[in-house]
Design a protein around this ligand. Structure first.
Ligand SMILES: [Mn+2]
Length: 442
């Protein structure tokens, strides 16, 4: 087990310097003197004066761990200390943000603003700036020179996969937090709790509000495990519980953990399958090395899955033929994984260079979100699955290969739904570091 330093505070200064270099380099192509990044604005429900939960601009939280203050701005000019225009409106309906005093403040010039007008008065000549944010009407109104220029975004997004030590630390801590939740969830499952109860115990264990989680947790019991993005939490536990699939994360300074575990009650075929998939997941992680294309890794996983289907006599066919004929797609219709960081499905998974050229997912596997070559300092997930999805099984039943499938076993497994095991992997010094297993073993 290789450790990742989790001393975020001491690593921040170097992180900030690297981020500044990345954005400065992107600016070179734009002939601009600086970049303006809004934290974002509140969005309101139709005909309502209540806003949706605030989600900060990921470009903003690249620079500093402030995720809860809308209408703030970062102004970065090459060679200068970055400027934070920190929103502190006069407001007796809400509690305005207090003066920042966290570990990062020393590296910043911080000015308090009371309003958007206040902000616009402090940015200098707007024509010389690049704007990176969603509030494009505002940027036009202010007369900003370039709004979300693609060359700039491509350069910065490509670089985002190259994690700093600070980011690796945040991602390891996010994993450590999420694992506390996963332990509580397993315990709740063993007690026979409902999906709703499991979700609440998870959140209590990680001490997150639901909106602080990087994504809505997937908590499925029994056949719900077969719904890839199952979005409900049943308040009633099933009469008999067979299985739990929980895909749930945590957030540290804006960085996401994204972890999935599957559990079974009792000893039996489904539990043996979970153990087999766990073995294959660890084995594919062992194969990871720099220079390998992630799409090839995805294909290798299909071959391993075919091996499991054959070993358990679920399908009677040569492994290579199962992959070739795309039969394995029935059991694993999603990608092996994705980049992870400031966003759960981090940007630029298909991008092949800072210029923005993309490599599409293979035609056979359209859901694959990552086709980059694996390099040091990338962080991505490895999340193979094995599902019994009635809709896809029905198609298989009508295909030429139907007679090679053991339908009796499938019928036995459908009530268990399916399996996914997802770990977060950091590439460091040529080796995959498993942030998730570090957390479970720690
Ligand atoms: Mn994932």
């Amino acid at each position: 087990m290789q450790e990742i330093s989790i001393e975020v505070e001491s690593l921040y200064k170097d992180h900030l310097a690297q981020i500044q270099r990345r954005y400065e380099k992107a600016l070179e192509s734009c002939q601009s003197s600086g970049v303006l990044i809004p934290s974002g604005s509140l969005k309101y429900a139709f005909l309502d004066d209540h806003s949706y939960p605030f989600k900060v601009n990921p470009h903003f939280k690249t620079w500093l761990p402030v995720e809860d203050n809308d209408e703030s701005f970062i102004l970065m000019r090459p060679g200068e200390k970055p400027l934070l225009l920190f929103n502190q409106p006069e407001d007796y309906w809400h509690q305005p943000a207090s003066d920042p005093d966290d570990f990062w403040v020393e590296e910043w010039e911080i000015q308090s603003i009371r309003s958007l007008i206040d902000a616009s008065n402090r940015i200098g000549d707007p024509r010389s700036l690049v704007f990176v944010g969603e509030e494009t009407d505002l940027a036009r109104e202010w007369g900003i020179g370039q709004i979300n220029p693609q060359t700039f975004l491509s350069e910065v997004h490509y670089g985002r996969a190259n994690k700093t030590d600070y980011e690796l630390a945040c991602l390891q801590i996010a994993n450590n937090i999420a694992v506390q939740g996963h332990r509580a969830a397993e315990e709740a499952f063993r007690l026979g709790c409902s999906e709703f109860e499991i979700q609440h115990r998870y959140l209590a264990a990680i001490a997150h509000r639901e909106k602080e989680s990087p994504y809505s947790a997937i908590v499925g019991l029994n056949e719900h495990c077969a719904i890839l993005h199952y979005q409900h939490y049943d308040r009633q536990a099933p009469t008999t519980t067979y299985s739990l699939l929980i895909d749930a994360g945590a957030n540290k300074n804006g960085y996401a953990a994204d972890i999935t575990r599957t559990y079974a009650t009792g000893n039996g075929l489904f539990r043996d399958l979970i153990n087999a998939m766990n073995k294959q997941q660890l084995a594919i992680i062992d194969e990871i090395q720099p220079g390998l294309n992630y799409a090839d890794l995805h294909e290798k996983m299909h071959l391993r899955l075919a091996g499991v289907l054959r070993d358990f006599q679920i399908v009677d066919m040569e492994e290579a033929d199962m992959v070739e004929s795309n039969l394995t797609f029935t059991f694993l219709p999603h990608g092996l994984g994705h980049l992870l960081g400031l966003q759960t499905h981090d940007v630029a998974g298909l991008q092949q260079s800072p210029r923005g050229d993309e490599k599409a997912a293979p035609e056979k596997y359209p859901a694959l979100r990552l086709t980059r070559t694996i390099e040091n300092r990338q962080v991505f997930t490895i999340e193979p699955g094995l599902y019994f999805i009635p809709m896809l099984l029905n198609k298989l039943r009508q295909s030429a290969h139907a007679s090679q499938v053991n339908w009796q076993l499938i019928e036995e497994l459908v009530p268990c739904g399916g399996i996914r095991i997802e770990d977060n992997i950091a590439m460091l010094e040529g080796r995959p570091i498993n942030l998730t297993r570090n957390a479970f073993d720690g």
